[in-house]
Design a protein around this ligand. Structure first.
Ligand code: CDP
Ligand code: MG
Length: 736
């Protein structure tokens, strides 16, 4: 087999071109120190051994805090060896040494910015310290995460540490799933969920501390949260006599903690009136970095070859491979499995653990379990393993240098669209990825790109607010009586992107001609869905086909794809799925598959059901999740007075019409030359090869999304009558 040629870049001269002092000093506390000194405005402190009592002193201080905590929900010195080991592990985390100093700072400041290497214990420990210190006596502690998987897995871990069942003291809240109760004190939640909570609790009175975690990722929701927290805190922390009469007494002060894994803490500090920045010193071991000597366009293949180079030549230690997305992960998983079976029998076994955001809860547990003897774990992950989740045992990192980035291409015509493209990562991501190899001892990172490529990478990613569609957020803010244009944001979005979102909302009937929220818009916002999907459900009421539309939207909202696509089985897949195919397109095909599954599910055993899905190349995980989502959506419908049982029976035309109301801007007409042209923009779009309508020519189509690769593909396509758009436009004008 061919091997990948490597260049050793551990050489001071060359690396001086990079922002790093030395390539093998990943997140270097001295660099942070340096940048801290440069700034006169922000206040800085270090939470490290040197600031605190000696080892003896430390031991007694941690005993002391444990004693103090035993009265509250804190863990009692407990029984099983596993729990004792767990508590010992907690005490060994770098952040444990700064615990008392950290709590003092949070006590004395409204806003604290906490910076620390991944794995130092920020996310799991800080909420527990706050709980044990009594700083959150009047409310809950919210810990926000950009990703659902991180929120649920962290809640599971921390509830184990607290020795309480998940959903009691420690819970989580993510879209379509919640585990919490009236006794919940620490709640891990996605940033999207807490922004939604503003609708029912505009001052977030339920929480006395909000921890904005992974703030460096600068997701759109995190930015909206950071902006809102600033005004909320101003209102809640006003001196008592200044607070107006009425409910002012009920308002308790709010503490904000912003946590970040990368170096750009200054920006958060400045935004919050020069809030104090605290640093946790980590325990980063040296990581030796190799760049590939030439570029590797087929990075999946290069990753596979590099893995086997490590596996056959290098001492034990787990391997973490960073890939852009689920498809690449699945394809690499297959090829590694194939070759691992052909190795001589004296080689170590390989245990593959995939890890990506769309995985069902619980699926990634394998990653955290101890590697069996004579086995090498190979973790295939997206950038979820970059900072949000720490995986123990990793000694080798293979970095493809790629990640998927969502970007909205706003068009002046209003027909903008989201793209999800595989892109080069940033320097700061590359550093984070390499750092994963040095958590428990010295490690090695193999970068599947040249050193020149590294040097020309962007320093850090652009905040999401500058590159994603703002439609859903603008609608949510309108419900709060806020305008995105007027919000005090860390970065202001482009004008084009705001206009495009306003146009979409107007087309959907959520805003009137004066950009004012309509009752329809308010109703749309009550669904935890993108506005077009919410609009389709509301439209289905008039067509009496809500049952069908809910089925389709539930499948589309599931975090994994229903139709499994394995290129080696393309013909078998087509034959197996033949019976679901609907001539009107993908939406009704989904409906057929979901219905067929439910029939099997009603009458067959669990294993028969699984076998049926396997035979038809359907992803049962997606179907199970869709059933749960449908249940949630039914409840929202019931609250909105929409009869979710209404069904249109055999004639499914109303289903397409309902979907059309939501997807008006996602439509295209057939051109005389056989291509399709967007109705809201000028782009030529092609029907995706995976679509039922792929080689069909129908006069007009609606689609779920456009995917931009070498050309613009429409995915999730249905045929619709051209006349629909004429009547629809006329109706909209009359209503506006
Ligand atoms: O937030 P930060 O990256 O600073 O660290 P953390 O997420 O609090 O993780 C601290 C340590 O807890 C990690 O080094 C892991 O060893 C451990 N951990 C775990 O074993 N399982 C989890 N699900 C989460 C954390
Ligand atoms: Mg963390």
């Amino acid at each position: 087999k061919k091997t990948v040629p490597w260049v050793d870049v551990d050489d001071d001269d060359k690396s001086r071109k990079t922002p790093l002092k030395r390539n093998n000093d990943m997140v270097n506390v001295h660099d942070q120190h340096h940048s801290a000194r440069k700034s006169k405005k922000a206040r800085h402190s270090y939470l490290s051994m040197s600031d605190l009592p000696s080892e003896n002193g430390d031991a007694s201080s941690s005993n002391h805090s444990r004693r103090r905590s035993s009265g509250t929900a804190g863990p009692s010195a407990s029984s099983t060896p596993r729990l004792i080991a767990l508590q010992e592990q907690r005490r060994q985390l770098p952040i444990a040494q700064g615990k008392d100093a950290l709590i003092e700072e949070i006590r004395n400041n409204d806003v604290t910015v906490l910076l620390g290497e991944t794995g130092s214990g920020k996310t799991t420990q800080v909420p527990q310290y706050i709980l044990e210190s009594g700083l959150a006596e009047n409310g809950q502690i919210a810990v926000t995460q950009p990703r659902k998987v991180a929120a649920t897995s962290l809640a599971t871990r921390v509830s184990t540490e607290q020795q309480t069942p998940l959903g009691s003291t420690v819970g989580y809240s993510v879209r379509f799933d919640e585990r919490s109760s009236s006794s919940t004190r620490i709640k891990y939640m996605t940033d999207g969920m807490i922004v939604r909570e503003l609708l029912s609790d505009p001052l977030l009175n339920k929480y006395s501390v909000v921890i904005v975690d992974e703030a460096h990722e600068r997701t759109l929701r995190t930015d909206l949260l950071i902006a809102n927290l600033k005004t909320i805190q101003k209102q809640r922390n006003r001196p008592r006599d200044e607070k107006g009469k009425g409910n002012a007494d009920k308002m308790s002060p709010l503490k904000i903690v912003v946590m970040s894994a990368t170096l750009d803490a200054e920006k958060f500090s400045k935004f919050y009136h020069n809030a104090k920045i605290l640093y946790v010193k980590g325990r980063q071991h040296p990581v030796k970095i190799y760049h590939s000597a030439s570029s590797q366009p087929d990075y999946v293949d290069a990753a596979m070859r590099t893995f086997f180079q490590i596996h056959t030549d290098q001492p034990p230690g787990d391997v973490l491979i960073f890939l852009p997305g689920q498809e690449d992960i699945e394809s690499l998983e297959n090829s590694i499995k194939l070759f691992a079976n052909q190795l001589p029998c004296d080689t170590m076994d390989v245990l593959i653990c995939p890890m990506y955001a769309a995985q069902a809860p619980g699926q990634n547990a394998k990653v955290f379990t101890q590697t069996p003897t004579n086995t090498r774990k190979c973790i295939l992950a997206t950038n979820i393993a970059e900072t949000s989740i720490t995986i123990p045992g990793v000694k080798y990192v293979i970095d493809t240098g790629k990640s998927k980035e969502k970007r909205y291409l706003a068009r002046d015509s209003g027909g903008g669209f989201d793209t999800l493209l595989t892109k080069d990562i940033t320097k700061s991501s590359a550093m984070q990825r390499a750092g994963r190899a040095g958590r428990e001892g010295s490690g090695v990172c193999f970068r599947l790109y040249t050193e020149d490529a590294f040097n020309s990478m962007e320093l850090s990613a652009e905040p999401e607010i500058l590159r994603v569609s703002l439609t859903a957020s603008i609608l949510q803010l309108k419900c709060l009586g806020q305008d995105l244009e007027e919000l005090d944001l860390m970065d202001k979005p482009d004008f084009d992107s705001i206009i495009s979102a306003l146009k979409t909302l107007w087309l959907l009937g959520a805003l009137d001609n004066n950009k004012k929220l309509t009752p329809l818009g308010r109703q749309m916002a009550s669904f935890p869905l993108e506005p077009p999907h919410a609009r389709s459900i509301i439209a289905s009421q008039a067509f009496a086909c809500t049952a069908e539309v809910l089925n389709i939207i539930a499948v589309l909202s599931s975090s994994s794809k229903l139709f499994v696509d394995v290129s080696t089985f393309r013909d078998e897949i087509a034959t197996a799925r033949q019976k679901f195919r609907h001539p009107a397109g993908d939406h009704l095909t989904i409906l057929n598959a979901f219905r067929a599954y439910e029939e099997v599910a009603d009458s067959e055993s669990k294993s028969a059901r699984r076998e049926w899905c396997r035979k038809h190349f359907l992803n049962e995980r997606a179907l199970l999740e869709a059933k749960e989502i449908r249940e949630q959506l039914r409840q929202v419908c019931a609250r909105a007075g929409i009869d979710w049982k209404a069904t249109c029976g055999e004639n499914e035309d109303p289903v397409i019409r309902s979907l059309g109301h939501g997807l008006t801007m996602n439509s295209a007409f057939l051109q005389p030359d056989g291509s399709y042209r967007q109705t809201m923009g000028q782009s030529i779009v092609k029907i995706h090869p995976g679509s039922v309508l792929c080689d069909k020519k129908v006069p007009a189509i609606i689609y779920d999304e456009l995917i931009y690769t070498n050309q613009i593909y429409a995915r999730g396509v249905s045929s619709i009558l051209k006349s629909f758009f004429v009547t629809h436009a006329a109706l909209n004008q009359r209503n506006a």
